[in-house]
Design a protein around this ligand. Structure first.
Ligand code: PEP
Ligand code: MG
Length: 831
């Protein structure tokens, strides 16, 4: 018996984790499963991996190299009703010590995943005074609580065959992944059955849960249009061992050395910043988008000229198609970038330069490369973040055209299935041209969470991690990896445990998204009754209906400058009135926070006279600019005040740095209101300059509400340009310095009875939401696709715990420390 009554100790109360592990190991020693030295191995293993699984269950186990200390496979359970602190805030109530010699851990994992998924059962086992309860729940040999009927009986109309699990270690993670990959290439429904349990062949976790050991006989049942082909492929796969060699997994000593403490969230992982949520399991693939080689010179200028013309035309068509496809796939606004790229192809200076080089004996690709590179370097060298971004765009178009001219580097372009693409950074079109059927995740060594890669990845629903540093580029192609876009790390060479946890996280993510959509209209009320409003950031009146349908309770931010970003002339009052009225009506009486023009900095407007400034982010921007251009400001205020009769419009002033500008703006608004005899509207401010947070007590006397712009607040607090191409890793809004400013703002606002929202990107970060809740924020405004998921997360939280974790975060020293808070990780995962 792997687990028996003598190996279960109820009502233990070890003072700490080490004692708990020693007591559990002692049960295995006493029952002849291990030698005493294995306890030390278990303790060493804790230093390498977090064995806390969740729901109060921890599974200490020894290092692989110490299997010689195991006499026979055994499991012992130490029940700790009062709990013992494991790592951080994790508290274990069931310490399940595992000493596995062979593949038995698969069966144990299966059982534990079931218990893990059943909170009530886990709670019961933590308190039960009946050993049998634990025996029944954890003994892999006991019948399953919900055993299903053997599949052979229901195989009508399908093909069935018996296959054998690989002889080396059974259907563990690697072969199971091979099965899922094979299954996904067929349309048919493929089911595996073993000992009365069934698994969908597309689900890795279900396959692991079959518990099929070495050589186990598995019944395959396949139904569907390509059943015969699928059967042949699977039978061949099983016959060849599903890619599983007899080799043992590498010993820990063979693995790359773990990163230094502070560098990794999960032992052995590489930490970056979360950029697009979700978990992916796949193989690493270094992205290379180079064109094939070419000759530098040519004696045929006419031929080269026509080759360049043909490539220009092909690239124009490709970009047009790409823009159309992306508009359908991820929305028109993200597709605009490709239309913008096409502009470069008609740039007369660029073309003249390239043609001149061809006339002087250069080949077409060399001429094009030199012309675009010199122009991109010139743009990048101007020290202007916006122009530097255009330089990246130009390089992107240049590479695209070169691929048309000389063909792609085939070897570099081939993507494996389930690719986790690694790159220094990806250009927008590289991101968009990744085949979503093959790419399951993205990781970049540079870039930041507000870079294009991150924005497109979010819109495409592909998990992504950015700013992970050069280590990700040093991993070999084909390295198995787990990418966690929620917590921001890449875990190379994950073991079975990590793989199973990742598969379970993926399944949970899918279930959660579906459940969140269903419950989109339920308010976000925490378990202990605290209500948080969840609103949407919208750009156009047309998005109002979409936002309401997604569950938004209004708009917490309308960036009005985006309504006019392509205009050469300022919009008239009538035109603005029409837009704002449609917004107000689109939200049907729900609040709409209309931000007055935030021009300047990263958002220059063509119709505004921006002065030449060395540091536009620190210059005439936002409200400062509106006050410097009173005619522009007055027109906008009048249009908004008139539109407010058609709904609940509130005005919000951007980039407020102190009382003086706020007084001036309020006086102007009041004068226009009186002239129009319009009703009063609330006038709030963005808190996005550190001085506004510090002076929030004074500003709260003059502003009706605050909305914290964490994008700029982070930029100004940490002195990191929000568009900086390589410093993104330093601009984490969870930095305690930013959190303390948010805390000050909330306290000051509440003392005056004002509400506080957050409308920066931080509001959509699953790790930030519990902290913002705990700090007392009243409203969160996020992009439309995030609304339902955020509401669901808030509903699963508890204010008291959120306050506790927020307090801990305020006392952390760094953003990385905040992200490592165990209690926070648990809340980030809540739904
Ligand atoms: C912010 O700064 O967080 C914000 C919401 O404003 P914007 O990103 O438009 O500057
Ligand atoms: Mg801002």
């Amino acid at each position: 018996m792997i687990l028996s009554a003598e190996r279960i100790r109820l009502n233990a109360s070890p003072p700490d984790k080490e004692s708990a592990i020693r007591q559990a190991a002692e049960l295995l020693v006493q029952t002849g499963a291990i030698q005493p030295g294995y306890a030390e191995s278990m303790l060493r293993r804790e230093g390498e991996a977090d064995t806390f699984l969740g729901n109060g269950i921890a599974i200490p186990h020894g290092q692989r190299g110490d299997r010689g200390l195991i006499a026979r496979t055994g499991i012992a359970v130490l029940q700790v009703p009062a709990g013992v602190r494991w790592n951080g805030d994790d508290v274990a109530h069931l310490v399940v010590a595992i000493a596995a010699q062979g593949d038995e851990h698969i069966a144990v994992l299966r059982r534990l995943t079931e218990v893990l998924g059943d909170e009530e059962l886990a709670r019961h086992l933590a308190k039960t005074s009946d050993t049998q309860d634990i025996l029944r729940a954890l003994d892999p040999d006991a019948p399953l609580p919900q055993a299903t009927a053997p599949v052979a009986a229901s195989a009508e109309g399908g093909l069935t065959a018996e296959v054998q699990a690989p002889a080396a270690a059974g259907l563990h993670a690697r072969p199971a992944r091979a099965v899922t990959q094979l299954a996904k290439t067929f349309q048919s429904t493929i089911t595996l059955a073993f000992e009365g349990r069934q698994a969908d062949a597309r689900s890795m976790i279900a396959l692991l849960q079959l518990g099929a050991g070495p050589g186990a006989r598995i019944l395959l049942t396949i139904r569907g249009p390509d059943a015969a082909a699928a059967m042949a492929a699977l039978q061949a796969g099983f016959a060849e061992g599903l890619g599983d060699k007899d080799e043992q997994p590498p010993m820990p000593a063979d693995r790359p050395p773990p990163l230094q403490p502070g560098q990794s969230l999960v032992p052995g992982s590489i930490t970056g910043l979360p950029a697009s949520p979700g978990v992916a399991v796949g193989v690493l693939h270094r992205f290379r988008s180079e064109a094939a080689g070419f000759a530098e010179t040519s004696a045929d200028p006419v031929g080269e000229t026509s080759a360049l013309e043909a490539a220009l035309q092909a690239t124009r068509e490709e970009l047009r198609d790409l823009a159309q496809e992306m508009a359908v796939r991820i929305g028109a606004k993200h597709a605009e970038i490709f239309s913008a790229h096409a502009e470069f192809l008609d740039d007369p200076e660029l073309l003249t330069e390239a043609h001149a080089a061809i006339a002087n004996g250069a080949s077409a690709p060399a001429a094009w490369r030199d012309a675009t590179e010199s122009r991109a370097a010139a743009l990048a060298g101007l020290g202007d973040a916006l122009l530097a971004a255009r330089a990246i765009d130009l390089k992107d178009v240049a590479r695209r055209l070169l691929r048309h001219l000389v063909g792609p580097d085939e070897e570099a372009a081939a993507l494996p299935e389930r690719a986790v693409v690694a790159a220094e950074d990806l250009t927008p079109s590289e991101t968009a041209s990744l085949d979503p059927a093959k790419v399951v995740g993205m990781v970049t060594s540079a870039g930041g969470p507000t870079a294009h890669t991150a924005i497109l990845a979010r819109a495409m629903g592909i998990p992504a991690v950015v700013a992970a540093g050069p280590a990700v580029l040093e991993l070999a192609d084909g390295t198995p990896v787990v990418l966690d876009g929620d917590n921001g790390y890449l875990h190379p060479d994950p073991d079975d445990m990590a793989l199973a946890a990742a598969e379970a996280a993926m399944a949970r993510g899918r279930d959660r998204a579906a459940a969140a959509r269903h419950a989109a209209f339920r308010p976000a009320v925490t378990r202990d009754g605290r209500r948080v409003e969840v609103a949407a950031n919208v750009r156009r009146p047309e998005e109002a209906a979409e936002a309401v349908a997604a569950g938004a309770e209004g708009s917490g931010l309308v960036r009005s400058e985006f309504l006019f970003h392509d205009r050469a002339e300022p919009p008239s009052e009538e035109e603005q009135f029409d837009l704002y009225r449609r917004l107000a009506e689109g939200f049907g009486g729900l609040p709409v926070v209309l931000r007055t023009l935030d021009a300047g900095g990263d958002k220059p407007l063509r119709f505004v006279r921006h002065p030449a400034e060395a540091n536009p982010f620190l210059g005439l921007r936002g409200l400062r600019l509106s006050l410097a251009e009173p005619q522009l400001f007055r027109t906008q205020v009048r249009a908004a005040l008139r539109a407010a009769r058609h709904g609940d419009i509130k005005l919000m002033l951007p980039m407020v740095d102190g009382l003086e500008d706020l007084h001036a703006a309020r006086a102007l608004i009041e004068a226009e209101r009186a002239a129009l005899e319009a009703p009063r509207v609330e006038v709030g401010i963005m808190v996005e300059v550190p001085s506004a947070a510090v002076m929030a007590d004074q500003l709260a006397g003059e502003a009706d509400f605050f909305s914290i712009g964490t994008n700029d607040l982070t930029q100004y607090t940490l002195a990191v340009d929000r568009l900086h191409p390589t410093m993104g890793a330093r601009s984490d809004a969870l930095d305690p310095a930013v959190l303390r400013l948010i805390d000050m703002t909330v306290h000051a606002a509440h003392a005056r009875g004002r509400w506080v929202g957050v409308c920066g990107n931080m509001a959509a970060d699953a790790m930030a939401a519990p902290i913002l809740l705990g700090l007392g924020v009243d409203e969160l405004s996020v992009s439309i696709p995030n609304v339902a998921v955020l509401k669901a997360q808030l509903r699963a939280l508890d204010m008291a715990r959120a306050e506790d974790v927020a307090r801990q975060a305020l006392n952390c020293g760094t953003a990385a420390e905040v992200r490592r808070l165990a209690g926070l990780r648990e809340l980030a995962d809540a739904t």
